[in-house]
Design a protein. Structure first.
Length: 260
């Protein structure tokens, strides 16, 4: 199963409207992006950990989907420690490397912030079906149907691009031209995939126009998208976590506003 495939095994979070998931993730991110400190990120991460269990994702699915976040967070922290803005007590200096008290605190805040923002976003997006998302954006947010359906069709083609890449690689190797020169092979394959993608996109656009997807009349939808109490609850939870995290940062005096 591809990481792009939505997780349907968790009925609790999967049943929530995709628009509510987007709104909750956005509100939480806005609060965490206001300040750069480790207290707000740690508080948010602790509160989110409880919700991860409620979401119903199994440990294997959770860590497989969030593997990139767990790798990116420590890498960002190490980079910030070595090359961050020096301030406070200096612990180690060598050339462009300055490990100071300020850079260590900033590195800790950066790593925790990546986890606090990235993990809930991945968990929420992993349980979103593209068709349900399109229904929600068109019926709840009232976005233009032409844009929504075009984006849905493009998202559905992502899996085909991965298959096309593998097929191109196998075809080139069968012809004896894909065994040497990795960079040259990658560039040639990428250009071939671009040409194939443009042709497929043009055919898809023509087919959708022929079936009336680009018309100016009001569309009907096969599946209604409703925004109920459960969806509002998830939005409020995201808002509450962000507000509590920011409030804890202000109360402890560790707040460091980005625009301050």
């Amino acid at each position: 199963m591809s990481v792009l495939t939505p997780v349907r095994g968790s009925g609790r979070i999967y049943a929530v409207n995709p628009v509510a998931k987007l709104a909750a993730s956005l509100l939480l991110s806005l609060f965490l992006l206001v300040t750069v400190d480790w207290v707000s990120a740690l508080v948010a991460l602790a509160l989110e950990s409880v919700l991860f269990v409620w979401a119903g994702l199994g440990p294997r699915a959770f860590f497989r989907r969030t593997a990139a976040i767990w790798i990116a967070a420590p890498l960002a922290g190490v980079t910030t420690v070595l090359y961050g803005l020096p301030s406070g007590t200096a612990y180690f200096e060598f050339g462009l490397i300055h490990v100071t008290e300020g850079s260590v605190q900033l590195a800790l805040a950066s790593a925790l912030r990546i986890l606090a923002i990235g993990l809930p976003a991945v968990v929420l997006f992993a349980t979103i079906d593209p068709t349900d998302l399109a229904d929600g954006l068109a019926q709840v947010v009232k976005l233009p149907s032409r844009f929504v359906l075009g984006a849905l069709a493009a998202l559905r083609l992502v899996g085909l691009f991965l298959d096309d890449w593998r097929q191109l690689e196998l075809a080139r190797r069968a012809r004896g031209i894909g065994d040497t020169g990795r960079l040259r092979r990658f560039l040639n394959q990428a250009f071939a995939l671009l040409v194939l993608s443009l042709r497929r996109g043009s055919k898809l656009a023509t087919a959708m126009e022929a079936r009336g997807f680009g018309g100016s009349t009001v569309r009907t939808w096969a599946r209604p998208s409703r925004f109920g109490a459960r969806d509002w609850m998830l939005v409020l939870i995201g808002l509450a976590i962000g507000a509590v995290a920011l409030g804890a940062s202000i109360a402890t005096g560790s707040v460091n506003f980005v625009l301050g």
